[in-house]
Structures are given as structure tokens and as C-alpha cells.
Design a protein around this ligand. Structure first.
Ligand code: NAD
Length: 515
């Protein structure tokens, strides 16, 4: 192992010299298949992780359920206190964990650290929530009756997560799920097992030190062999799935067929629209960050750019200059703005997409190739690409499909209505952004004839959400909401409780059933 990798791993108590245990349910184990964690920057093998065998998965599920039956009786503010301790423990290791995210996933260091900060932030939020997960009191039509709407812990929550946010997505779920009194079992991406192991080690120590079963936050690494049985298990009340539309469709149908609950956070295909009155000094760098940031591997990355004809020329000139100023580098170096794609396979998907763009005659303003002079030989570095289209054929896969790579497709419009129509003419509905100073455009954009996405921004790019807002997308993005807003309400079971404290037993609607 290189010194850079072993230094990061040892700070997080991961010994990669032997096979690493990838299962935790109160104790560490792992005797299933091996997954290899590989550094996207150098191609180096970081560790071999032993995933959950069938038997271990069954056992972990049983222990997680048992942990739930204990944890649900811990008062909510006390659960909040545990979340607070988790927050402190993560915060103390924030920079080391951030470096691990960068090492294993490939995003640049500031984003790796930012992801851990997001986990810390959502813990703060959940600590507060633990004293505010309120039900309600409803006026009854019957005398001396009360109706309460009561939240109780839900059960076992399975979190299946994607490679591109190997820490934050779990954080959003775990913090709310813990505050709500559930036990959570995490199945991370098979290509980022070390992030999940490092996080689980930190959390397990907090739980164990407080005499709480570690299986309140269980971990089962592996790929679909572990994910599919978890999704199909009737003992899992809620499946929170983050990943592609393809897999989300399988997961959603499987959970629905057993009438379980889901939160689906699937692919995005996000557009920015630039109006003639936009402040380009804000819009150009924001579009640049949205499209190039995380090497185009955020669900909220900007993939489509619709420019008003009157500003298109100047905008593209400035954007091209910005693109040309960005060089690939070691994502662990603080100056680097462009890291690698996560896998070698993703480079192939990028090249295929570029070939398709060429075949339909779009103009490649910049980019289009894998870097031949990348900083590390074995790394998956590709050029961020801008592709300008003479016309927008809404049904071409260029516009309708999410390609998880830094490719920005540009179309030119004359009227805002046309741009909004294009914005909405895709299966996905995650994020969108309008650049304007005109209040009339803003009103239209956020209103009934406006953008149909779950995140609708004005003078703010498509990516980079805060934890306080509900996060998620509409349509084939899955309609899920996580993090802030009312998202916590999905992690509890709700009961409407009618209590009669009178000496009569009247029926609702005045129904008379007396003989
Ligand atoms: P993916 O769909 O390939 O994998 C996601 C997870 O599903 C992994 O943990 C994988 O092991 C598991 N899985 C695969 N097959 C399964 C099956 N049959 N049953 C159960 N689990 C199974 O996604 P990915 O490539 O890791 O991530 C990229 C995708 O995630 C992109 O589409 C991106 O937009 C999306 N994403 C969405 C959000 C959001 O909030 N909307 C956030 C991050 C990523």
C-alpha cells in the first residue's frame, strides 16, 4: 500500500494488510465474497473487504430487529443525546474521514470533508428533532372524545447507498432514523466499503460506550447479492434507496410487492437556464461548478444548459475559458478542482457518450477525451466536456438520459416558456436552476407552469444542497425526500388514536346502531 493510503487508513483504525471485516451487527465479521476497494486516482488496490455471507445477513437482520425492540423504548431526547455523541465523534475525525472519501471515491478534498460536515450538520438537526417529533391533536365531532395523531418508532430501516456520496447519504438517513427510534442496517456501494467501515467503527464505539446494542447501526457490505435479500425481507419496514433509476425500479417494485415503505433517491438530469438579464459573473462559475464539480458525478450535477440566444455567445466564451483553466490533479491536494471518475468503467461510458455526440453532429467546444497526461497513470481522468447543439431534439437520449460523467449539453432558446418545456421534457425531476434578475421570470419558474423538479433554484446552481431543506426529486428520480423539511415523518409509524372519555359511545357521522 502507498504511504498516502496507509496513513489515511491507519488514522481511521483500518488495517488493510489483512482482509478487512465488512459486517457489523454488534460484533465485527464477514465471511462472504471479497470486494476490492480501489483508488480511482492511482488505480491502486486499497483493501480487500470480506462482505456478508447469506447466513451473516440473516443474523445481522435478526440482531438489528432485536436492537430495535430495545431502542424504541429509549426516550426520544435520550436518543438525541446519542446522536449528539455520534456528531462529536464524527466531527473529531472529520478531516481524516474526508481524506478517506477522497482516497476511495475520488472527489476533491474540500468536497470529501464537506460530505462529512454534512453528516455532522444533519446530526445537529436530528438532536433538535429528537425533542420536536411531534404528533397532533385533532378536534373530534363527538363530545368528550379526543383524536391524537401519534408517531412511534417504525422498525428496521435499510439504507442502500450509491458510490458518489459514500458518507452523507447514510448520515441523512441514520441521524433521522436514530432520533425516530429505529434500528438501521446499511448496505453501502460495493466500491466504497472502507468509508462505511470507518463510519460504522466510530458510531459503534459511541453506542457500545452507552450500553446500547451496536446493531442499532448495523453494516452489511456487498453488492446486489446482499442488497436484494435485504430489500425483499418483510422484516425491513423502510428501504431508503439511493442509486440509479435502473436499480431503483427493481428495488421500488420489490418493496411495493410486499407493501413495505420506500424512499427512492434516483438519477437526476438537471438543467440550468440562463436569461438575458442574468448576472453572468455569478452564472458562469456556478454552471462550471455544477457541471465539472465532483467530475460530474453528483445526482444534482448540471447536465443540460439552456442559454437565451442573446447571451449564448458571451456565456459560452466565458465558460470555455473557465473549463480550459481547470486541470486534473491529485484530489488530495487542496488546489485540485478536478479529480478522477470513480471507476474505469465510467471512462468507457463517458467515451461512448462522446462518440454519440459526434455522431449526431454536435459541436464539442472543449473536452471529449480521456486525459493522456493525467497526474497518475492508473487514474480515471477525463476531460470535462461542453457539447453545443444546433437544435434541441427533446427525445434524443442526449437530453433524456443521465450520463454520470462531466458532459454538459447546451441548447439555445428564444423564450423562457420554451426553455421550461425542455427542462421538464425528461423522465427525471431532481434539480433545476434559473438565472435571472426579473421577478416575473422567478414567479413563473417556481409556480404551476414552472419547473417540475424537486429542487427549483434561482441564481443558485443545480448542485450543493443544504441539509435543512427536504432533498429529493420527482418523476423517475423517485419522489423521495430526505434530510430536512418533513422528511423525518417517513421514519415513524403514524397512528390516529381516538379516545373516548365520556360515558356514552356515540358513532361518527351520527350513525345509529341501537336496536
Ligand atoms: P447503482 O444503482 O449502481 O447502485 C446503488 C446501490 O444499489 C448499490 O449499493 C448497489 O450495490 C445496490 N444494488 C445494485 N443492484 C441491486 C439489487 N438488485 N437489489 C438491491 N440493491 C442493489 O448506483 P451507483 O452507480 O452507485 O450511483 C450512481 C447513481 O445514483 C446515479 O444515478 C445518481 O444520480 C444516483 N444518486 C442519486 C441521488 C439522489 O439523491 N437522488 C444521490 C446520489 C446518487
Amino acid at each position: 500500500l502507498s504511504t498516502r493510503a496507509s496513513t489515511i487508513l491507519s488514522k481511521l483504525d483500518i488495517d488493510a494488510s489483512a482482509e478487512v471485516h465488512g459486517v457489523y451487527d454488534g460484533q465485527w465479521g464477514g465471511s462472504g465474497e471479497i470486494v476490492v476497494s480501489r483508488c480511482p486516482t492511482t488505480g491502486e488496490e486499497l483493501a480487500r473487504v470480506r462482505t456478508a455471507s447469506k447466513e451473516e445477513l440473516r443474523e445481522a437482520l435478526a440482531r438489528t430487529r432485536e436492537a430495535y425492540t430495545i431502542f424504541r423504548n429509549v426516550p426520544a431526547p435520550k436518543r438525541g443525546e446519542l446522536v449528539r455523541q455520534v456528531r462529536e465523534a464524527l466531527s473529531a475525525k472529520r478531516d481524516d474521514l474526508g481524506a478517506l472519501v477522497t482516497l476511495e471515491m475520488g472527489k476533491i478534498l474540500t468536497e470529501g470533508v464537506g460530505e462529512v460536515q454534512e453528516f455532522v450538520d444533519i446530526c445537529d438537526y436530528a438532536v433538535g428533532l429528537s425533542r420536536m417529533m411531534n404528533g397532533s391533536f385533532i378536534a373530534s365531532e363527538r363530545p368528550e372524545h379526543s383524536i391524537l395523531h401519534v408517531p412511534n418508532p417504525l422498525g428496521v430501516v435499510a439504507v442502500l447507498s450509491a458510490f458518489n456520496f459514500p458518507v452523507a447519504v447514510y448520515g441523512w438517513n441514520l441521524a433521522l432514523s436514530m432520533a425516530a427510534g429505529n434500528a438501521t442496517i446499511w448496505k453501502p456501494s460495493p466500491t466504497t466499503p472502507l468509508c462505511s467501515i470507518a463510519i460504522t467503527k466510530i458510531i459503534s464505539r459511541v453506542l457500545e460506550a452507552n450500553g446500547i446494542p451496536g446493531a442499532v447501526a448495523s453494516l452489511v457490505t456487498g453488492d446486489k447479492d446482499v442488497g436484494a435479500p435485504l430489500v425483499n425481507d418483510p422484516g425491513v419496514e423502510l428501504v431508503s434507496f439511493t442509486g440509479s433509476e435502473r436499480v431503483g425500479r427493481i428495488v421500488g417494485q420489490a418493496v411495493m410487492s410486499r407493501f413495505g415503505k420506500t424512499i427512492l433517491e434516483l438519477g437526476g438530469n438537471n438543467a440550468s437556464i440562463v436569461m438575458p438579464d442574468a448576472d453572468l459573473s455569478l452564472a458562469v462559475p456556478a454552471v462550471g461548478f455544477g457541471a465539472i464539480g465532483t467530475a460530474g458525478q453528483r445526482c444534482t450535477s448540471t447536465r443540460r444548459l439552456y442559454l437565451h440566444r442573446s447571451v449564448a455567445g458571451e456565456f459560452l466564451e466565458r465558460l470555455e475559458k473557465l473549463y480550459k483553466s481547470i486541470k486534473p490533479g491529485d484530489p488530495l491536494e487542496s488546489k485540485t478542482l478536478l479529480g478522477p471518475l470513480h471507476t474505469h468503467a465510467a471512462c468507457g461510458i463517458y467515451s461512448q457518450a462522446v462518440d454519440h455526440l459526434k455522431s449526431i453532429g454536435s459541436e464539442l467546444l472543449v473536452g471529449g477525451k480521456a486525459y493522456d497526461s493525467a497526474p497518475f497513470k492508473g487514474g480515471n481522468f477525463v476531460e470535462p466536456t461542453i457539447s453545443v447543439h444546433k437544435s434541441v431534439n427533446k427525445s434524443d437520449s442526449v437530453w433524456t438520459t443521465e450520463v454520470f460523467a462531466p458532459i454538459l449539453n447546451v441548447g439555445i432558446f428564444d423564450e423562457l416558456d420554451q426553455a421550461i418545456e425542455w427542462n421538464n421534457a425528461v423522465p427525471q425531476g431532481l434539480s433545476s436552476s434559473l438565472w435571472t434578475r426579473d421577478l416575473r421570470n422567478v414567479g413563473k419558474w417556481i409556480g404551476p407552469s414552472g419547473s417540475d423538479t424537486g429542487i427549483v433554484n434561482v441564481n443558485v446552481g443545480t448542485s450543493g444542497a443544504e441539509i435543512g431543506a427536504p432533498f429529493g426529486g420527482n418523476k423517475s428520480t423517485g419522489w423521495g425526500r430526505e434530510s430536512g423539511g418533513d422528511a423525518w415523518k417517513q421514519y415513524v409509524r403514524w397512528s390516529a388514536c381516538t379516545i373516548n372519555f365520556s360515558n356514552e359511545a356515540p358513532l361518527a357521522q351520527g350513525v345509529n346502531f341501537s336496536a
